[in-house]
Design a protein around this ligand. Structure first.
Ligand code: SF4
Length: 446
């Protein structure tokens, strides 16, 4: 069954695209600026190694289908990556144009142009004419790592099933990326293309101990692309009040469920990219005042510079060196404020609370964005799976885990990186699984 989901008109209106799409004329002019570098540092900087000069040259010559096909060879989630990749620190950050003090080629927008033309044409992913194989692989989790793994294995002829506990596939692409970067409908359109290859999707299916045993019997290999677990709780008095909603839950609600758009004054805790996405969303959902509270100073934030600048432009305020210590509830049960203290670094450069600095930040909604915990409980159901600091240990060249039946990739291995890193991991693991199955087949046929 395909995904049945329609974006609400109100959300489309409140979250228009952050970056304008390129038109054909602009794409032609921009693609002709590319120097078609022999050593292509842009390609080297892309975790999926898209042939950047190759696809740009095809845009310049008007071969849009060929351009998209070239991109898809390397990255099956090319549409979402063109929208969510931090190109400033990846391909565009490496463009040689910087050496000539010229604007880097707009690789992300060109890639999006090629992919949108491709979707508009109604074409499917180019197949490779692979022979149908009987071996079966399950991908647990339906986020970018699993999707990339599933597509590559299916293109090689294997039977692939993607299983996810949520109602819609796509993981963070569908539920967690700010809508003005990537709409849930765009994520699902990309997944439909993968489904069109013959990948089976089983959604709203929880994999517990018993299910793991069944999957091990049913499938030749299992890929773990389960991402990370829930966000860390706000572990202070009042942190479990209904007016405290973690950032991923808040973003997922407005993208695919019931948006929380009744807050007037919002405090977001944390200063990573997810905190920025949640803060900007709160503004766009109608909050008059949105503040990001961060326990360290401005220089220490983990959000990218362009995300920080974006939040400022959207009217989000920042309180630096501020640590919440209690959520305060009014007599009528509503959330009324956060009690905070100032912080500083001691002589050992450790973060400490500054004495006698208590103050209140009024707010009616608190959104913690203080990182996700690993899915230790689920992963412990897999026998012999070696973990380190909450991450699955894999052979980096193949994605193979310490249990030979399992491969893994994406956030559950790297601790939480970009979509494009998950795609690269998923494809690498697919090649690792395929290599083992090809060897097994050759051995069976003498
Ligand atoms: Fe084109 Fe810049 Fe890549 Fe060179 S580095 S091939 S100019 S995009």
């Amino acid at each position: 069954m395909s995904n049945v989901f329609e974006e609400r008109p109100e959300i489309a209106r409140r979250f228009p695209d952050l970056h304008q799409a390129m038109g054909p004329q602009q794409a032609t002019v921009e693609s002709n600026r590319c120097l078609n570098c022999f050593d292509a540092p842009c390609t080297a900087a892309c975790p999926t190694h898209i042939d950047v000069p190759g696809f740009i040259k095809k845009i310049a010559s008007g071969n849009l289908r060929g351009s998209a096909a070239r991109i898809l060879e390397a990255n099956v989630l090319a549409e979402s990556c063109s929208r969510v990749c931090p190109v400033e620190v990846l391909c565009e950050g490496s463009c040689v144009m910087h050496h000539y003090n010229r604007k880097p080629i707009e690789i992300g927008r060109l890639q999006r142009f090629a992919m949108e033309s491709f979707y508009a044409s109604g074409a499917g992913i180019p197949t490779r004419g692979a022979v149908e194989r009987t071996e079966k692989i399950a991908c647990i989790g339906a986020g970018p790592a699993s999707l990339a793994c599933a597509a590559e294995l299916r293109l090689q002829g294997f039977q692939v099933t993607v299983i996810d506990k949520r109602a819609l596939p796509g993981g963070l692409n569908t539920y967690g990326v700010a809508e003005y970067k990537l709409r849930a409908t765009d994520s699902l359109r990309e997944i439909e293309m993968i489904r069109g290859l013959g990948v089976e999707f089983r959604t709203a299916e929880i994999v517990d101990d018993d299910a793991v045993a069944d999957l091990e019997r049913e499938f030749d290999f299992i890929f773990l692309g389960v991402g990370l677990g829930t966000m860390h709780r706000l572990d202070i008095p009042g942190g479990d009040h209904r007016g405290v909603v973690d950032a991923l839950e808040y973003i997922a609600a407005y993208k695919t469920g019931e948006p929380r758009n009744d807050a007037k004054s919002v405090a977001v805790i944390g200063a990573g990219n997810t905190a920025i996405d949640a803060a900007v969303a709160a503004k766009r959902l109608g909050a008059a005042e949105v503040k990001i509270l961060y326990r360290r100073d401005e220089k220490s934030i983990s959000a990218f510079d362009f995300e920080f600048d974006h939040a400022i432009r959207e009217g989000v305020g920042f309180l630096w060196c501020t640590l919440p210590i209690a959520v305060n509830i009014a007599a009528d049960g509503t959330l009324e404020s956060l009690t905070c203290v100032r912080t500083d670094l001691n002589e050992e450069s450790e973060l400490v609370k500054t004495e006698d600095t208590e103050f209140a930040v009024s707010c009616d909604l608190v959104i913690p964005a203080i990182g996700q915990s690993p899915l230790i409980e689920f992963l412990s159901t897999v026998r012999g799976l070696k973990m380190e600091r909450g991450r699955i240990v894999v052979n980096r060249a193949t994605g193979e885990t310490s249990n030979a039946k399992y491969f893994a990739g994406g956030d559950c291995v790297n601790g939480g990186r970009e979509v494009v890193d998950a795609v690269a991991d998923g494809k690498r693991a697919a090649l690792g699984i395929a290599a083992q199955l090809h060897v097994a087949m050759e051995a069976a046929h003498g």
